[in-house]
Design a protein. Structure first.
Length: 65
């Protein structure tokens, strides 16, 4: 969180957990909260959206090494 505050990323970042629903339960006097979590985040912005083929000799001659 310290880094997020320093670079003002709070409104631009996503956490692994999101609230899908919540409801007040009178009979138990508590909140029922349903959450979902993610395992992976894929960022494809900036320089990562352009491919770069490595400069390797005989890369595309079609033969296995």
């Amino acid at each position: 969180m310290r880094i997020a505050r320093k670079w003002e990323l709070g409104d631009k970042a996503f956490s692994r957990t999101a609230t899908t629903s919540f409801a007040w339960k009178d009979e138990r006097r508590w909140w029922l909260v349903r959450l979902t979590t993610d395992e992976f985040v894929v960022l494809a912005n900036g320089a990562l959206c352009y491919h770069k083929v490595p400069d390797i000799e005989r890369l595309d001659d079609g033969q296995d090494a």
